[in-house]
Design a protein around this ligand. Structure first.
Ligand code: GAL
Length: 815
């Protein structure tokens, strides 16, 4: 016994003074190019050798359905949506976007593996594949993972031919009536080939916890799971670096027991604490040695922060009370479909950040790892949600078919992958699950909560309840740590009073509907309002039978300061669920977004910005082109956080307005209901608290469409074949005023070091393709999404339209 300790000590001392020899530690290759794809059931598709001539060359991430034609028969669903208060079956069209995602699709990829990899362990990692993935190597079945949103990995070592070709084949199969929104189709997230030595850190094998966090000192507890098949003597060295790459702590351990999990503890003095406002990250570099040879190295980014939830205060971050100003986000990226793209996510998060949003609920399924990375880096609190359905079906082919066999594996996969992200504040085990209505539902809730706690005891569980009283009565609410309430601002006070130990928050709020730029008169609150043009009004007064206006939610939150905050449904429009036009084609995408499907903010964006952000905001609506309405009332609204503002129409004052809490709609907006339309100029002057002029906005009646104006979010792109620029196209009159009703067809020409990836205009009722060189303007605007090539150089983007002066813009692609 003593001998062994002595030996270990000696090894340890030698180790400390030795320059280590190097084996090749971990090699990670992102498998993004050189894939072949074929739609349909194909004989021999998984075989090592097959006729590949008819296969399409694709790159991954790939969504095979996003370029397909919209058709109302694609996934038309006869359903009774009890969550929406429906009592009979209705036919829903466009509920999943009207795109052809159903059926089987095959992918093949020749892998670069050679004799020199002979002693390696080789894993294949998928961030997500939609859906029912079956993985084959050289014709042999490796494994399967049906839930299309889960990340998973397989050890493929034993199937590999080290002296010849190796073919990875993936079979996917999607079903109609399996989703309530567009799920996409294909290998839509990244895939990696990971080569390690037999002794290596396991997949998702590090867990960095911060049991003690103060401004003076933080204690880290780091668990590392190591595969050590022969119980070799290994040395585990962990070094912690701050955001400037300075090493701030280190520790080492020796193990020869073959113990899978090694726990280390480190202290960091005066840590840079992570919050959404100050997203300062650290990373742990974990190195595994045996015989002084570096065998594996792995980086784990993490943050040091303490999140607490208190019933009377809501959320505290590092001791500071912090309101959740959140939005819900589905996984599709609008015109780009489901194929994950980090630049697109960054574009979205930049807009949300600018609006004052500080939190995201990833609905209603595990999200791409890139989203969590960006939440860590850019600063957003994140709710990681696993399911929209348990055993009790919402859809014929929904998750209930998988629940018994897969729920535990899917939930564990989500948590193991996400547990090091400082952004993650809670795990949601479900959204509006129908078990709320069943007596034994709480047992399922408890089962899932237990899995979460066993996998990560540092975070609370939540679930989003719409059937609030049933969820309480049936014990589901009590079976999660923090029950979330969907669309229940009217009950926040009651729930808090009846259950003083519960933290209260709006897991899903508002579901107000609007179409960017579509101002419809009369401007008045309405529920489930439909029109012949399939649009909802941008006066932001229309909502659903089960939902609210932002004003209603805020009134309750402002009265009930214990509420931890909210997650608005939704930050961006998404493909599918075109409420209130759920049965009315050609609506195929949602109206719920604060930002439209193309990524252009709607008016509501500025309403949220005025409430959520510290920035000064002055936003005026509607447009001032109301031909035929001369002399008639056209209400003017102002979204602002200045205390007062005055409206002038063609120089005539309509008076100063301040916020008026005695009327809900005047509490958060300034409204001139008596404004009379005459063409000319609408001017709003904002005053500060001392009554001094602080800001001014002018909207002019635009003349005829005369030219195109382009603006881009970025002028420099990385030459990686992935980076994106979002080029907004505006149709203006000769003086540059936006033509707010223009629907001109715009044609794009792109040359140089990039290509046109997709187009959009935010019109939920447009069936124009996303992959095209043209797009009609929708209320004066559309979007061209431009992607860099894998080379340096300029990209020229030219936009033309008949009868308009064309425009061009140059973007540089360079390292
Ligand atoms: C909720 C549901 C969301 C979405 C929303 C629309 O009930 O959780 O997924 O359907 O309604 O208002």
């Amino acid at each position: 016994m003593f001998k062994k300790i002595g030996f270990l000590l000696l090894t340890f001392l030698i180790y400390q003074h030795t320059v280590f020899a190097q084996a090749i530690p971990r090699e990670v290759t992102v498998l993004d190019s050189g894939w072949l794809f074929m739609k349909g059931e194909i004989e021999d598709a998984s075989a090592l050798k097959t006729n590949e001539s008819g296969w399409e060359k694709v790159s991954i991430p790939h969504d095979w359905a996003i370029t397909g034609d919209f058709n109302k028969n694609n996934d038309a669903q006869e359903v009774k949506v009890i969550e929406d208060g429906e009592s009979k079956l209705t036919k829903k069209v466009g509920r999943t976007g009207g795109l052809p995602f159903e059926g089987v699709g095959w992918y093949r990829k020749h892998l670069g593996i050679s004799e020199k990899d002979k002693n390696k362990t080789i894993n294949i990692e998928f961030d997500g594949a939609m859906s029912h993935a079956q993985i084959f190597l050289n014709g042999k079945f490796v494994g399967e993972w049906p839930y299309g949103y889960s990340s998973f990995a397989f050890d493929i070592t034993k199937y590999i031919n080290f002296s010849g070709d190796n073919v990875l084949a993936v079979r996917l199969k999607n079903f109609w009536e399996s989703s309530r929104w567009y799920p996409g189709a294909g290998i839509y997230r990244n895939v990696r080939l990971v080569k390690t030595n037999p002794i290596h850190i396991e997949h998702w094998g590090t867990f960095v916890q911060t049991p003690l966090v103060t401004r003076e000192k933080a204690t880290l507890k780091i668990e590392t799971s190591i595969k050590n098949p022969r119980n070799s003597i290994i040395q585990l060295v962990t070094k912690v670096y701050d955001k400037d790459n300075l090493q701030v702590a280190t520790t080492q351990s020796i193990d020869s027991s073959g113990k899978r999990k090694i726990v280390q503890q480190l202290n960091i003095n005066k840590p840079n604490l992570w919050t959404a406002a100050t997203p300062q990250l650290y990373y742990a570099q974990t190195s595994v040695y045996a015989n002084n040879i570096l065998l594996d190295e792995y980086k784990t980014p993490f943050g040091i922060r303490k999140i607490e939830f208190k019933p009377s205060q809501g959320m505290l971050v590092n001791g500071v009370k912090t309101k959740l100003k959140g939005v819900c986000m589905h996984s599709d990226l609008g015109p780009l479909g489901m194929a994950i793209n980090k630049a697109a996510l960054r574009y979205r998060l930049n807009l949300l950040k600018e609006m004052g949003c500080n939190a995201i609920r990833g609905t209603h399924n595990p999200q791409a790892p890139e989203l969590l990375e960006l939440c860590d880096e850019m600063g957003f609190y994140f709710i990681a949600e696993a399911f929209d359905e348990w055993k009790n079906p919402k859809l014929k082919n929904g998750y209930h078919l998988l629940f018994d066999d897969w729920a535990k594996k899917d939930l564990e996969a989500m948590i193991l992958r996400n547990r090091n992200h400082p952004s993650v504040i809670m795990y949601s085990i479900g959204n509006e699950i129908r078990e709320q209505g069943s007596k034994d539902g709480y047992k399922v809730a408890q089962y899932l909560t237990d899995i979460c706690h066993q996998t990560d005891s540092t975070r609370p569980t939540t679930a989003a309840f719409n059937n609030w009283d049933a969820a309480i009565k049936n014990g589901l609410a009590n079976a999660v740590d923090i029950p979330g309430w969907n669309y229940k601002p009217q009950f926040y006070a009651k729930i808090h009073k009846d259950y003083p130990n519960w933290v209260v928050y709006g897991s899903e709020t508002v579901s107000t509907v609007s179409s960017r730029g579509a101002y419809e008169l009369p401007a008045e609150p309405a529920q489930m309002k439909t029109r012949a043009n399939n649009q909802s009004s941008s006066y932001d007064l229309e909502y659903c039978s089960w939902s609210q206006l932002p004003d209603m939610e805020w009134q309750s939150q402002d009265k009930n300061d214990f509420v931890a905050g909210e997650f608005v449904w939704t930050g961006f429009d998404y493909l599918g669920e075109p409420t209130p036009y759920g049965s009315i084609w050609p609506s195929k995408s949602s109206y719920f977004g604060i930002i439209d499907l193309a990524g252009i903010p709607k008016d509501r964006y500025f309403l949220y910005q005025s409430k959520w952000s510290a920035k000064k905001v002055l936003h005026v609506l509607p447009h001032w082109n109301w031909e035929g309405k001369e002399g008639q009332i056209v209400p003017v609204y102002v979204y602002t956080n200045y205390p007062s503002a005055e409206l002038f129409i063609n120089g005539k004052s309509y008076g100063k307005k301040t916020f008026d809490k005695s009327n809900l709609l005047d509490t958060y907006r300034l409204r001139w209901e008596n404004a009379v339309y005459q063409p000319g100029e609408l001017k709003v002057i904002a005053y500060d608290k001392n009554g001094n002029i602080a800001d001014k906005q002018i909207i002019k009646t635009a003349g005829k469409p005369a030219k195109i104006v382009l603006s881009t979010d970025k002028t420099d792109l990385k030459p990686d074949g992935k980076d994106l620029a979002f080029v907004t196209v505006s149709v203006t009159d000769k003086d540059g005023n936006l033509c707010p009703l223009a629907n001109n067809l715009v044609n794009f020409k792109i040359n140089g070091a990039g290509n046109l990836k997709a187009v959009g205009n935010g019109n939920p009722a447009s069936l124009e393709p996303f992959e095209a060189s043209f797009r009609k303007a929708f209320y004066g605007k559309c979007m061209a999404i431009v992607q860099s090539a894998k080379k340096d150089g300029p990209i020229n983007i030219i936009a033309e339209s008949e009868g308009l002066n064309s425009a061009s813009i140059k973007i540089q692609t360079s390292n």
